[in-house]
Structures are given as C-alpha cells and as structure tokens.
Design a protein around this ligand. Sequence first.
Ligand code: ADP
Ligand code: GLC
Length: 476
Amino acid sequence: MIRVLSVTSECVPLVKTGGLADVAGALPGALAPLGVDMRTLLPGYRAVLAAQPEAETVFEVWDLFGGFARVRRGSLGDQVLYILDAPHLFDRDGSLYIGPDGHDWGDNAQRFAALSLAAAMIAAHGIEDWFPQAVHMHDWQAGLTPIYLRELGAAERVKTLMTIHNVAFQGCFGADMIGTLGLPQQGFTESGYEYWGQISTLKAGIMTSTKVTTVSPTYARELMDGAFGLGMEGVLASRGADFSGILNGIDLDLWKPSYKTPKGKDKHKAALREELHLPESDGPLCVVISRLTGQKGFDLLLDALPSLLEQGGQLALLGSGEPHFEAAFRDAALKYPGVAVRIGYDEAFARRLIEGGDAILVPSRFEPCGLTQLYGLRFGTIPVVTLTGGLADTVINANPAALSAGVATGLQVYPLTKEALSMGLVRLCELYRDADVWPQMMKNAMAQPVGWDTSAKAYAALFKQMLEPESEGARA
Ligand code: ADP
Ligand code: GLC
C-alpha cells in the first residue's frame, strides 16, 4: 500500500462550501482498491468535532501558532480521518473562511499555516505508527506543507502533490507574516513563495511540491494563459511536465438516480413544478445549483434569460453569493412566471432540482472542473455549459457530427457572450422538442462514465511515479 496524507480545508460529509469538499471526501474511497491508503487531515471546526464526538487524541502539539493543539483520530466512511483540534484557530461561529462580519478571518494565515504545519509534523514524525510517504495538498490552505517538511528535515523522504482546485484563490498575505508563520527568509524569492511582494501559499505549494495537478486537462492548458492563470501562469509554466490535469469524478453511490430510463424523470419533474408553483410548459425546465459569483457567468444568464423564456423554457435556481446576483435573480422570479429562485444552501433541494430538471445550466466564465454538470449527466439532466475548463472535457456537444453519430450528451456554448448563450438556449429548446433526439441525448448522458474510476487510476499512477527512486525530490 502507498501511504498518502490528504490535507484539505473541507470534506464531505462534514464541512463543505464547494466542490473541493466533494473531491476530498470521495478520493480516499476511490483510491483504496488501487493500493493507496489515503488518510485525511481536516481542521477541527465546530461542526467536525460535533460530528465525531468519539475522536481520540493521537498526537499533540504544545504551541501551534498561539495555542495548544491535538490531532484526533476520527473516521471518514471506511477511511481514517485526522482532525486538527486547535480551539484558538477553529472553535468559533461563522463560516470556514469568513467571519460573522463578512470578511476573511483576520488570522486565516495562521489557521491554514497551522493545518500545513500539522501535516508536515505528521508526515515527518509519523502518527500511530503510520508514516505517510506522500502528502496530497488541496489548494492554498495546504500550500506551505513542503516548506515545513523541509524545515523538519523530511523533504527528501516525503513527496508532495499540490492540487489546484481554483487558481483564483492564492493565499496571499503580507510579507510581515514571514516570521509569524515561521517561514525561511531565504525562500522569499521569485523562485520561492514570494508573489508580487507578498507571501502566496498557493505559489509556495506550486514551486516546492514534487508534482502539481489541477482538476481538468483543459484548465491545465488554460492556466498557461494570463486570462485564466491570474498571475500564476509563469509559475506553472516553470514546472513544465511536472504539471498536469486530472479530471474530477463524482461519488456514484451518493449521486444515484432512482430511475434507470429517461421516462423515469417525468414524475420528479411534475413534483418539482408543483413545489415551485411553475406552470406546465412544453419547453425544458432548466435548473441551476451554484455559488453566485463572477466566476459562474450569471451576468450572461440574466441577459440571455428572455430567449429561454420566449421558447417556453423555464428556470429554477438555487444559489447564494454576491448580493447583486441574489437580488437580480429574485427580481427575475418576480417578473417572470417561468422563473423560480431560492437563495440559500440546501442539499436536499439541490438533489430534487437535478432529478426533476430537464437541463442544468453552467455558464461559467472559467471552471476548473465543475461538478454539477456531472450530476446532470448521471441524472439525464442535459448540461448546457460554456466551453471552458472541465466543462469542455466532460460534455459532448450536440453539434451536427455528434448528433449524426448519436453520441451527444449536452450543449457547449462558445464564445462566452450573451448572444452565444441566447442561441444555445434557443437550440436547447429545439432539441428538447425533437422526440427522437432528446431521449437519445438523455440516454447518452446517463451512460457517460462520471465516477472516479479513470481518474483515481491516474492519481494512483502519479503517486507511484512520485515515489519511484529516480523521481525528482521536493524542490527549492
Ligand atoms: P465550485 O466548487 O466552484 O462551487 P463545483 O461545481 O465544483 O463548483 O461544486 C459545487 C458543489 O456545491 C456541488 O456539489 C453543488 O451541488 C454544491 N452547491 C453549490 N451551491 C449550492 C447550494 N446553494 N445548495 C446546495 N448545494 C450547492
Ligand atoms: C473548485 C472549482 C470547481 C471544481 C472544484 C473541485 O471549487 O471552482 O470547478 O469542480 O474546485 O475540484
């Protein structure tokens, strides 16, 4: 067995703000049959400790950035979960990254440096006689791990994989934090963790890990371009062939439709229309489940909405995020009888939307992978996506070639304009009314493999490669 410690700031089913939690929650189970013993390290937020009351202390740290901390052993399904119980950093109201005032917690640098340092200590010293051979770091929150491993003298022995779920979050903190975080001053250079005069924990992870991945091959290529790389393009290019894209999957046990054929969707759709007081219609019922942020392209959808409604299409949206998007969708629901909007976070309702919807809309401006289009495929809820990142890699566009070959699973919109999205939504309505094409697309979608099989194998192969003696060790 290969021993890997996965370091993440969120994890299903315990704490989640986005897709990272789904990935971190599913990967250990997907890797176990492939000979990878992946254990997870997660901050001891209140919700995590409350859900794991039996978790016993297995490791202690006397002073972790201003307080006593212990690592507790819990469980994640059949896998081991380590919980970093550091009350001075994680025992508080508010959300994972943001305080009650709506701003990032003032001590986020220390909170996630602590997570990374605890990971490095576990890897360097072992825990319960378990000695990780590699650390899998998710996003900026885990990015300092290789630096701490080096400080602890374990960088040669323990390999590291940095996975970027979203390059927009770069873990930037003022250079005055170098001492507080215990970082080596000599690493504060362009080829180290220095980023435009600041510390970037994401850059630290990219520059100092053994290998770097992101969550789709197309996003990996896009990240080489400034428009997508958001400043990290040169940093990533410098890693050359050590950087690659591995597509996310979804947990097929958690996301399993109760029906096996396209017809099975009908009763769920009827129930959803009733729940939302949407009138009967001969157009498709489109759904959205998303954070409402600039990344997700909802300005385009708001502009294109009339084209959908004119064709008899409807929209049911669940989301929360930037207040101006929330207000604009609330207004649309008041204005149009074919639009229903629920602002908030609600997993049960999200599932009813996927089950009952005809199509799921993901008009993102960029999307590292995206998971809701994968849920859509599995449930025969046809994805309408923009041609970017993982959306480009997971949907087979209903262009003439795919339609004549009978393989289309969705619609891809390009370029990223409101005109193109409007045309895409009109085309969706045409396809929906075609009694031959639509059921075939639903069948194709439902048959598309969207689980972890292929990608778990790719991660397992990468870990194996990292551990081979000739593989380059941790850098810088
Ligand atoms: P991102 O991580 O960028 O938010 P993903 O598509 O990868 O995008 O993952 C989003 C995850 O969060 C999906 O599992 C989706 O169903 C879920 N989600 C997003 N918004 C909501 C919401 N308002 N209610 C319930 N689940 C949501
Ligand atoms: C990020 C990305 C999303 C991806 C998720 C899981 O939140 O925005 O596209 O699916 O991480 O990797």
